[in-house]
Write a protein that binds this ligand. Structure first.
Ligand code: ADP
Length: 485
């Protein structure tokens, strides 16, 4: 891996804790494997909860002088971090593809996407405005100021090893907080490379630490038990989100949660079918189906069902499966063996309940964690895939007749992150967008992620929003000052 990079030192086998690059005190490490080939590409320190406490204490010390800087000075450091991420985009992308498996073109896109949050929050650092309120008595003056919440901790998943970190750490640092991140144990190399560049950009020692650990549950607990922690931000499964929320209750830690989804993708009779197919490919198969905003259930109105299915099949069969490092690959491997098992279980369940395979349907000839992109028709609400996120290249097509009925089906889930629909009638577009119980609605588009808009879910998909001018609020506290004059 190092031999492919302009900056081989961006592959870090130490981790940044309390301002120093270290090994675990225990000497323990764990392996990072390439999901396309199964070989070990690096070993990183396996830290203990003692090192978690050191990192939090250092962040608590470092945050005070950091918050005391003029906002523009914090902004300049973040801006420099953004510039370094973009300067080393290719190296960061190669590291990501090696540990995560996504095609290199997607990895490059993710680096730019992650960096865009750093750029955005470098700018927002300067716009943490308060307010003045006319007093309630002649001698009272009321001012509202916003201050950094304190030490923030984050836990992130493997599907976006850079961007999920960037959109938490950047607003926290912009606001004047310290931050301790625990990246996924499957993809810590991207986090470590980001930390190296953050240090080069001038992020002060101790302000930002990275906890590499194979024991996520212990780290999560240690985060919630440390008295200096005031904010917990998590992206991952709803199941783990519930555990963390319960643990955070003891110290009443403010939480942001980006949890699972079960995105419906609806194609109405009046949709532009070619655009709908393009959107479905982008939103179902990006990252090989492993995103929390991937279409999980594709509903197609009866009048265009067969036409859509035929075009969709052609587009899916044109996808190129392979090692993400190879030219032209559009679909990489799944992240780990249990991800393949999950796709298979959703497929088998669907087939046992009357679904029919239109294309794909089995492990790919490449073996390992490669699976054929699969479409089934005749999907119904009795199938597992209608309630559970597949997180893989499995696209079930449901047929519907009536608008109210499809809205009811789309909303019949505990989740509420992203949804998508294709239609052209203006009145229908407006009504359907309002009726869908989701935090994000894509209308005639399958791609909705951008740093300028608020990303987040309703219902059991989460709490809080990331990105946009709202994304910094999670790292701020409001203080109301009542002055008698
Ligand atoms: P996924 O299914 O996407 O892997 P998880 O929710 O299991 O989602 O993982 C997301 C992140 O949560 C990872 O960094 C993982 O290590 C971490 N994690 C898993 N279990 C726990 C736990 N009990 N407490 C805290 N973090 C956890």
């Amino acid at each position: 891996l190092k031999s492919m990079l302009a900056r081989p030192d961006l592959v870090c086998e130490d981790t940044l804790v309390a301002g120093a690059w270290v090994q675990a005190a225990s000497g323990n490490t764990f392996d990072i494997t390439n999901p396309a080939r199964g070989d070990v590409i690096a070993k990183v320190p396996d830290l203990s909860v003692d090192e978690v406490a050191q990192a939090i204490a250092a962040a608590d010390d470092a945050r005070k002088p950091w918050a005391a800087l003029a906002a523009k000075e914090r902004s300049n450091v973040l801006r420099k971090w953004f510039d370094l991420m973009m300067k080393h985009q290719e190296d960061l992308a190669i590291i990501m593809t090696a540990e995560q498996g996504k095609p290199l073109a997607e990895a490059r896109g993710e680096i730019a996407y992650g960096a865009s949050f750093v750029e955005w929050f470098a700018e927002e650092a300067k716009r943490i405005y308060g307010e003045t309120i006319p007093g309630h008595m002649p001698d009272k003056r009321i001012t509202v100021i916003k201050q950094p919440i304190g030490v923030a901790v984050g836990i992130t998943p493997w599907n976006f090893p850079n961007a999920m970190i960037a959109r938490k750490v950047a607003p926290a640092l912009a606001a004047g907080c310290g931050f301790v991140i625990k990246p996924s144990e499957l993809t810590p190399l991207s986090a470590l490379a980001m930390a190296k560049l953050a240090q080069e950009a001038g992020v002060p020692d101790g302000l930002f630490s990275v906890i590499t650990s194979s024991d996520a549950a212990a780290v999560g607990k240690a985060f919630c038990e440390h008295p200096a922690v005031r904010k917990l931000t998590f992206t991952g499964s709803t199941q783990v989100g519930r555990i963390l929320l319960a643990q955070a209750a003891d110290q009443v830690i403010k939480c942001s949660m980006e949890l699972g989804g079960n995105a419906p993708f609806i194609v109405f009779d009046d949709a532009d079918l070619d655009a709908a197919v393009e959107g479905a490919i982008a939103c179902k198969f990006r990252n090989n189906g492993q995103t929390c905003v991937c279409a999980n259930r594709i509903y197609v109105q009866a009048g265009v069902y067969d036409a859509f299915a035929a075009k969709f099949k052609t587009a899916v069969e044109a996808l190129k499966i392979g090692d993400g490092m190879s030219d032209g690959t559009t679909l990489g491997p799944l992240i780990e063996p249990k991800a393949v098992t999950k796709v298979q279980s959703h497929l088998e369940d669907a087939l046992s309940k009357g679904a029919e395979i239109l294309t794909g349907g089995k492990p790919h000839d490449l073996g390992g964690q490669f699976f054929e992109p699969t479409i089934v028709t005749n999907a119904t609400k009795e199938m597992l895939v209608s309630t559970d996120e597949t997180f893989g290249p499995f696209a079930p097509l449901f047929k519907f007749d009536d608008t109210d009925d499809v809205i009811a089906q789309a909303n019949d889930t505990i989740f509420g992150l992203a949804c998508y629909f294709y239609a052209s009638d203006l009145s229908r577009v407006t009504k359907v967008a309002e009726a869908l119980e989701y935090g994000i609605v894509g209308v005639n588009t399958g791609i909705i992620s951008t740093e300028v808009a608020p990303f987040g879910g309703v219902k059991q998909s989460g709490l809080g929003r990331e990105g946009s001018s709202h994304g910094i609020e999670d790292y701020l506290e409001m203080k109301y000052i009542c002055t008698s004059v």
